[in-house]
Structure formats: C-alpha cells, structure tokens
Design a protein around this ligand. Structure first.
Ligand SMILES: [Zn+2]
Length: 504
C-alpha cells in the first residue's frame, strides 16, 4: 500500500463519501486483417507497411466490413452474456487528429452492436495487502458494446530528430475494436478491478481478443466521481487514462478518489477533466480539461449499409463457443468437489482449466490433482514463466504420476522430486522412477524384517516405550525409514510398528 496515500486518507472523512465509477474498455478483436480493408493487423511490422487507400483515408476509397470482425464481436458479446442487435449502424465520429487521416473514425453511435446488457461478476473486498477477504456476486449494467476502428499511432520516441518531428505509423489504423461501456455501477476500485479482470478473461477465453493490457490490445478508461453519502446528484467526473494494467487502474482510482475528497473537503471545486496516471510518481495529472471537449457530429456512415445480424448467425457463433469460465467454475465445484477459491484459480485461464480436467481424469482423484496443480505445478510454471499449455509435463503424465502415488508405488515426498525431474527433463514418471530406483516398499514381509532388526538394535528404547513413553514411536519410525533408505511406505510402517511394539 502507498503510505503517502494512506496518510492523506487518514486526514479525510472517507466514510462520509461514496465513490462512483464507470468503465470503458477497448478490446482489439483478434482478426488477421483490418475491419474495413484487407491489410494485416500483425503487430511489430515496419511502420506504415500494412496500409492501403482505405486505411490511409485516401479520397474515393470505400470500406468493406470484415465478416470475421463481426463474428468475433458476437463472440465477445456472448461471452459477456449480452444480446446482439439484429441491426446496428456504423457512424462517422468526426474529429481531427494526425493519426486519423480520414478526419473521422468509423464507430457506432445511436444503434450499437449490443446494448442494455447485464453482467454478473464475482468481486471481493480486500484487506490492507490487497488480498480478497470474501467473494460475492455483483451485477453490472452494460450500457453498450459497439464495433469500431482503431486510429494509428503518433511516435515521439526512438527516431531521429524527434525534438523537431512527429512520426505517424498507420499500421494500427483500421484495426477492429469492441468498445464496452458500463453504467456508473462500481463503488470501489476493487470492484472495477474485478470487473476488468472478468472481461479480460472472458474475451481471451472465447478467442475474441488477446486482451493483454501490456501489449495495448485491451485499453481501459475510468470515469471517477465522488458524492456525499445520501446525495442523489453525481459529483463532477474525471476521466482517467493511461492505465496500462488492471493493478495500475485500481491504484489510479484509489489515488483519484482521495484527491477528489481532499479537494471537496477543503472547500475546493473539481474540474471536469481528463487525467493521466503516472505509475512512477503514483499520482494522476491533468491531460486536458473538458472545455476542449469535442462535438463529434456523428452521422451514419454513407459508405456502409446497416449491419444486419440474423439469429441464425448468432446461433452459429454460439454453437462454437466453449463452456464459459463462470459455468466451468461452478461445474468444477460440483463435479470435483472443489472449494470456490480452488475452482476459481483453476479456471483463471482456459488452458489451465483444460489441463486440470485431463490430469484429474487420468489421476482418478480430482481433488489430489487440484492440490498438486495449485501448488507444485503452478509454482514450477511460474518459475519458468510458462502457461499451462506450455507445460513440459503433460496433464496425462502428471495424472499418471499421481496414480503411482495413490497406488503406493512411490511416496508423496518422492513424487514431488519426480515431478521436478519430469519438469526439467520432459521424461515420464515411470521412466524417472526406474532410473533412480525410487520404489516404495509396501510389502509387509519386507517391512516387518526391517522393523524386527530396528527393534532388536534398540532394546533400551523398546523398554521405555513399553513403560509408557509413547513419544518414542517417532524414533522407531525414523529408524525404519532410514534403514529402508526412505523407500518404505510410511503408512504400512506405522501400522506394522504399532503392532510390533506392542509385542504382538
Ligand atoms: Zn488498409
């Protein structure tokens, strides 16, 4: 936690205020070509290589809608539980900016792709360290989801004479976006945080967008205001930009709420403005005031007919959708008897959920599989910087390892070492166990003879144990395990020792 912020908060009557937050998300749809032309959307190509008369805005060039962008837009809408309108209209949003050569952006205005939806998310209050305390469901009203084109990019860094010139790269101009706008329904920065994570995962899950904030293919803006508890009227709102991760957004909102309450409690007035988050300084700064706000003069795009989406089209898209993350989490809880937090962690990504289900099936013990994946496997993956789909240990191999432990062929402790070796070498559990001679001895005859030898060698301890010093039991277990070089099955050792020490 930012201690400077905490000190400022402590001087304010934070409890007397209510925070109001609305969010706008721009998600880049994962098409191979742009929304109104055939140019590639590939990232990192030579500047201005992926352009044509349409996305350069040359006179007379005509846009043609990319069907795949509509499909992915529908996937995004369905993943968020939204309805797709049977007719929507593209409009020109007029403004001048150097990276927008047409002088307008093709977007949607009064007839968007989807509108008036409701999304249920899980959200948690957090403790001081930001750890969830208790999860609860929350409904968020989605004002709209519409389709539009992205603008290009102004480049001010890393090129010759940047102090005298601005550079413009139009490779990104015309990349398809889904803009998702909520009502001002969030009351804390953590609710906003949980919502953006929900949307991000849903879009990734169904393949509508990579939704990676660090790469910029998911961008987020927050409208933040405060009002005294009991007031009906909304306060003056401030728009926050430059939020390059979900955590930055949460911190920016937290800072902004404290700043606004500070201004109002000291008798000041807030300006309607856009502010940028500066992560290094941990504060927001004014970018522009709303006096410069644009009148976009929207009008229907004359070069594109209204977008008609039939019910059959939507149903075809729906039929290709995977089971959604929330549904899968609920099913994991019921089918595999997992806790909410275990099931949530295992459905954080689709590849991880797939991995878990396969491992659970092969292992024959879904709860053990969940424990091993949540601890041993995820630790190794995180350490190696890999996702579940990139794991060097396949779910089948992990399941097979767990089965060997379950059957008592090796101990759980040996299993952990075997898993590390599997991770490093890519070999199967059986191969490693054979190589290292890691066999757990469960044969009672063999274990009995070790126990007899240990007891015969420790007459003094035996006498004390039989006289009532039961803590010596651990000593005998240790001796037997040592004599077996750690290979004896601890469960069998415990059972047999108890019988033998009692003298039977
Ligand atoms: Zn183009």
């Amino acid at each position: 936690m930012n201690s400077k912020l905490e000190t400022r908060k402590s001087k304010l009557r934070m409890n007397a205020w209510e925070t109001i937050i609305g969010l706008e998300i721009h998600a880049q749809l994962s098409t191979e070509s742009k929304i109104f032309c055939g140019c590639s959307t590939r990232f990192g190509d030579t500047p201005n290589e992926n352009t044509c008369p349409v996305c350069l805005g040359l006179p007379g060039a005509l846009p043609v809608l990319n069907r795949r962008a509509v499909e992915l837009g529908a996937r995004a809408a369905l993943a968020l539980g939204l309805h797709v309108n049977s007719e929507s209209v593209f409009s020109r949003k007029n403004y001048f900016y150097p990276d927008l050569p047409k002088g307008y952006q093709i977007s949607q205005y009064d007839k968007p792709f989807s509108a008036n939806g409701e999304l249920e998310i899980m959200t948690a209050e957090r403790d001081e360290a930001g750890h969830p305390v208790e999860w609860k469901a929350k409904k968020v009203a989605i004002t709209r989801l519409h389709l539009e084109e992205d603008a290009g990019k102004n480049v001010h860094e890393g090129l010759p004479d940047v102090d005298r010139y601005s550079y413009i790269d139009l490779n990104r101009a015309g990349t398809p976006l889904a803009e998702i706008v909520t009502e001002p329904d969030f009351r804390t920065s953590w609710e906003a945080y949980d919502y953006v994570n929900h949307v991000r995962r849903a879009l990734q899950w169904v393949g509508a967008s990579e939704a990676d904030m660090e790469k910029g293919n998911l961008r987020c803006e927050a409208n933040v205001s405060v009002r005294r508890i009991g007031d009906e009227k909304f306060g003056t709102k401030v728009e926050l930009k430059n939020l390059n991760s979900v955590r930055f957004m949460q911190r920016a909102i937290e800072f902004e709420v404290t700043r606004q309450i500070g201004v109002l409690e000291s008798g000041g007035k807030l300006q309607q403005e856009t502010r940028l988050w500066d992560e290094r300084a941990g504060e927001t700064r004014v970018m522009r005031s709303k006096e410069e706000a644009h009148d976009y003069r929207y009008f229907p795009e004359p070069d594109l007919p209204p977008l008609k989406v039939s019910e059959e089209f939507v149903e075809r898209v729906r039929a290709t959708m995977p089971e959604l993350p929330e549904a899968r989490r609920r099913r994991f809880m019921e089918q595999y008897d997992l806790s909410f937090s275990d099931a949530s962690q295992l459905t954080a990504e689709r590849s991880l959920a797939d991995y878990y289900e396969k491992a659970a099936e092969v292992s024959g013990n879904p709860r053990t599989a969940a424990n091993w994946i949540r601890t041993e496997l995820l630790r190794a993956l995180e350490h190696a910087g890999l996702s579940a789909s990139e794991s060097p240990v396949s779910p089948e191999d992990l399941g097979a390892l767990l089965r060997l432990i379950e059957e008592g062929k090796i101990s759980g402790k040996q299993g952990k070492e075997v898993l590390i070796e599997m991770f490093a070498s890519g070999k199967s559990a059986t191969a490693i166990i054979a190589e290292q001679g890691l066999v757990q001895v469960s044969d009672t005859g063999e274990i009995d003879s070790i126990i007899d030898a240990v007891i015969a060698a420790s007459p003094q301890q035996l006498e004390q144990y039989r006289a009532g010093k039961e803590t010596l039991f651990g000593f005998f277990v240790g001796q037997v395990m040592k004599a077996s070089k750690g290979k004896a099955n601890p469960k069998v050792v415990n059972e047999r020792l108890k019988t033998k020490l009692q003298g039977s």
